[in-house]
Design a protein around this ligand. Structure first.
Ligand SMILES: [Zn+2]
Length: 261
């Protein structure tokens, strides 16, 4: 039982009991935790400013309950631009959901925090939202321990250099254009263009200060959006609701255009 302080992302908040707010936080030291901000719904509460998609310094109390208690919050960065634009908001919420889904409670993963700060900041200000959010999404997967071995063809061992490649999210292998598996009913992979594959490779090798590089436009963006969704579905188990929200807001393409195998 102890008081502690941490730099934290506020991922989510929801109404709890009469005047409280239940927060999902992700701290540099603490990892993901659930906490109650007591009285935060009262207008005069000193916790009245707690809202999701922000970065704060939080004072907390950890007692016998699985939920910690928030005693104080100081805003570090509020990313106000996110709340003014439905597209920015939908992608920012998706990243918050992905962090929530991918990481277990009280299991610190401090590298997550700078990625989310950089992504929310960039979404709030500039650039391609899809590129920012999906390249961050793949980095989150990497930090959570999911690293697809999409490097050389599983059949011939070559590094693909032309046309397209097949990426298999079930077995975590890939195929060059000569050895693409035939289409099947139960899809476990899809064919993507070499351009999409190179963009994905760029994203996987990215440093947080270079977020926004390897912009995915047009069909490349569509393919990488769909691929990320399938990978999450297979490895994390379910898609957060914000995924559908992003698709609707961005009017993202027909999945049928992609050849599956
Ligand atoms: Zn091959």
């Amino acid at each position: 039982m102890a008081q502690y302080q941490d730099h934290m992302l506020i991922l989510k908040s929801r109404v709890y009991r009469e005047s409280d707010v239940l927060l999902t936080l992700f701290g540099i030291k603490s990892g993901k935790i659930g906490a109650v901000a007591k009285g935060a719904r009262r207008p005069k509460s000193r916790l009245a400013g707690v809202y999701p998609l922000s970065y704060v310094i939080c004072q907390l109390y950890h007692g016998r309950s699985s939920l910690d208690t928030v005693n104080g919050v100081d805003l570090v960065e509020g990313f106000p631009g996110l709340q003014k634009d439905l597209s920015k908001l939908s992608w920012a919420l998706l990243l918050a959901d992905l962090v929530d889904e991918m990481f277990s409670e009280r299991d610190p993963a401090p590298e997550v925090v700078p990625w989310i700060i950089a992504a929310w900041d960039r979404l709030a200000r500039e650039g391609s939202h899809l590129t920012t959010a999906l390249s961050t999404g793949w980095q989150l997967l990497k930090l959570a321990g999911y690293i697809p071995r999409w490097e050389t063809c599983d059949v011939c061992g070559d590094i693909p250099r032309q046309n397209s490649v097949g990426v298999d999210w079930d077995q975590d292998v890939m195929y060059c254009s000569k050895h693409l598996p035939p289409s099947s009913e139960q899809s476990r992979g899809m064919e993507i263009s070499l351009g999409s594959f190179r963009t994905w490779q760029g994203w996987m090798a990215l440093d947080v200060t270079k977020l926004g590089n390897y912009e995915a436009k047009g069909i490349i963006g569509d393919q990488l959006f769909f691929l990320f969704g399938r990978y999450i579905e297979r490895h994390i188990g379910r898609m957060p609701r914000s995924w559908q929200f992003v698709r609707e807001v961005e009017n993202i393409g027909e999945q049928e255009r992609n050849r599956l195998f």
